[in-house]
Design a protein around this ligand. Structure first.
Ligand code: BDR
Ligand code: CA
Length: 311
């Protein structure tokens, strides 16, 4: 079983990613570490617990982490995710207990106690927790198998500014620390996630499962779709974060290449832009496996098959 830590800011698409991981017997979810992002930290923690309880997995360890980006004030995405971050389905207030440790300490302790390359970090939100953990205890870097992160966009542009994708824009300094850390990075940018859409027929299939998870996810995705379908003129919203887990499970569904990616930290106009040297114009070190394409049909099929196994 592959051991993973999910760092997240749920978010409807984070919710689907977490459910996919919990539904996958190949994965051992050691913990879910929450960060501020789509909504404030207090809400992302509650949302992570709601999702675990929806999947009937209240024993899952959930940790609260950083409430603010390293240097900047928090920017949220309530215009997309609603004021709770998980609008669309009224999930009960969770009863499960939240772990007492700070998310950063959990990440450090779990990695230090692990065998080399035993733990994969799956990052679904701004990278604050992971960057702070690396800065506090640099020894963890050599322990990490790799970090698969949803973030960035190059050919597709940005979604929070014309140049920047939300997760990177919220904490660009953290993103820069992480992608220049020397740890193996897989970047799942908008270039890929904009191809994996929660279409009406996909949501209907989810809803027809007739389970708590099916009904819950259908409600979340119906809400999530309303903003993005209008914005992009597409049949449904991009299922960004589930691609991180899907890549871990079926890397052959995706293609990309090792390139240099750097983060813009200075310009007001392009702050948080992921400058991807796709054409290898510079000889800067290749620090990222930048995913460019996906077989979206297979990813959606995997989601249906696996979510169906949940209660
Ligand atoms: C990313 O930003 C968030 O709104 C989503 O959950 C996803 O992680 C997409 O830009
Ligand atoms: Ca997210």
């Amino acid at each position: 079983m592959r051991k993973i830590i999910i760092d997240t800011d749920p978010g409807q698409d984070d919710a689907v990613a977490i459910l996919l991981a919990l539904a996958s017997p190949e994965l051992d979810v050691l913990g879910i570490t929450c960060t501020a992002g789509n909504v404030e930290l207090e809400l992302t923690i509650v949302n992570a617990c709601k999702i675990c309880e929806l999947a009937d997995r209240p024993e899952t360890l959930v940790f609260g982490g950083e409430a603010k980006p390293i240097l900047r004030p928090l920017v949220t995405a309530k215009h997309v995710h609603g004021k709770t971050g998980l609008d669309g389905t009224d999930l009960p207030y969770p009863k499960m207990r939240i772990s007492k440790d700070h998310a950063v300490d959990f990440i450090i302790d779990a990695l230090l106690a692990s065998k080399n390359k035993e733990i994969t970090l799956c990052a679904l939100g701004p990278l604050t927790n992971i960057a702070v953990a690396m800065t506090k205890e640099p020894k963890i870097k050599s322990k990490i198998d790799r970090i698969i992160l949803m973030g960035g966009g190059f050919f597709e542009g940005g979604n929070i500014t014309p140049a920047a994708e939300f997760n990177i824009f919220v904490d660009p300094e953290a993103a820069s620390i992480v992608i220049n850390s020397g740890v193996k990075i897989v970047m799942m940018p908008l270039d890929v996630t904009h191809k994996v859409l929660a279409t009406k027929s996909f949501i209907e299939e989810v809803s027809s499962m007739g389970t708590n998870v099916g009904n819950g996810v259908a409600g979340l995705l119906n809400f999530f779709g309303r903003y993005d379908s209008k914005k992009y003129g597409s049949d449904g919203a991009p299922l960004h974060d589930p691609n991180v887990i899907a890549f871990l499970l079926e890397p052959d569904y995706y293609s990309g290449k090792e390139i240099n990616v750097d983060i813009e930290l200075k310009s007001d106009l392009t702050l948080g832009m992921t400058v991807a040297d796709w054409w290898e114009i510079t000889d800067k070190p290749k620090n990222v496996y930048f995913v460019r394409n996906v077989n979206a049909g297979l990813v959606l099929e995997m989601l249906i098959t696996r979510l169906r196994t949940l209660p």
